[in-house]
Design a protein around this ligand. Sequence first.
Ligand code: SF4
Length: 457
Amino acid sequence: FIRGKVSSITAVRWEIQMASGELVQGLVAGRLSSEAYDENFSDLHAPLDAHEALVAADRCYFCYDAPCVTACPTDIDIPLFIRQIATGTADAAGMTIFSQNIMGGMCARVCPTETLCEETCVREVAEGKPVQIGQLQRFATDHLMAQSVHPFSRAAETGRRIAVVGAGPAGLACAHRLAMHGHSVVVYDANAKAGGLNEYGIASYKTVDSFAKREVAWLLEIGGITIEHDKKLGRDLNLTDLTERFDAVFLAIGLAGVNALGASGQGKAGVRDAVDFIAELRQAETYSQVPIGRDVVVIGGGMTAVDAAVQAKLLGALNVTLVYRRSRDRMNASRFEQDLAAAKGVRIITNAAPVEISGNGAVEAISFEYMDDDLNPMGEVFTLSADQVLTAIGQTLGATELPSITRGRIAVSPDGRTSVANVWAGGDCTGLGDDLTVTAVAQGRDAAEDIHRALSA
Ligand code: SF4
């Protein structure tokens, strides 16, 4: 229940109305000028121009047994594509990338390269300055995506039909590879738009100019893939029915549920899940529509927490504090992400867990207790003023009627096979690998190959 009224100055003041009907809190939309929003949410890294790409490519040693390739979850032949850029064949470089990773364009924007390929680059090890692999990948993929013809084509139609549940990175990568092999794919997605976290869950400044949407449209150009929206497993679809209607099923449902905070008062107005906050921001027509608090506290230590905290600051919050229960070394967000947050003015407090959210209907303050790294309380409590609390403390499957579960995720073999015949799974809903776009793409691709082998046997 949100309503807005134009304030006497320039901002639109939003008031959150509780179910009781009482107006209890003010968050402000339109804190900044349109120029400030444009500047704050511009591309995090400006793309390389042709000359800059040649200079960057020239730094590569084209290593034999290159460690950067080993560090890439999708095994892209990095020295090969950099050599192709260096020799003026950017299209060939794009093909080298896309043949391993069909979402190489998004991965070039959102991969934590500083903890993957670039961390292991021999020039990072020797000089502390890696080859700009991510930026070069973006140069090559942008170049090829700008061509008028989709670079992949389908094999002859096999007559086999596969259902993919979830149109995020794992689902789309799987669908594209299956379509290449000549199979017909129906992708079901719970949302109104395809793309999954690329569309709904990643900071705006990492994927500007509707890149997530453009990438999906480009990927679908291969043909043979149909997407049905607003179809959710457990609500509109059930697994038994899918296995009867299709030759194979690939589950890429992500993590739809959220963990509880474990502090009292979490039902107060102004407390919300960081994933929802980022989704609202990503889907807003203008940044000035998104209400933001003055004192924002973000709880969590992963990429979502950092994305939420940085964007809260960029929307004009005065004080943004990110609080994580363990030490900085244990944060899932990379050191680059942590430093980015600090550079944008986000204060990071570690080794503290929330105890109580207080306020008269709406949040006014939140208290924390210091913890050691084994999460033992240290007996010292402190309180932060807060009119908005964003929680990013991990997600759960949040679905029913699934194959066997291990440690809260769908149990799969390395090829993505589940405990149910003809059902594969990949991406965040499984326990395989890190929860990264690039990992999900690799799992979708590998499951598609295994499905193809199974259907061809
Ligand atoms: Fe090039 Fe660095 Fe990879 Fe070696 S490790 S091939 S220098 S990008």
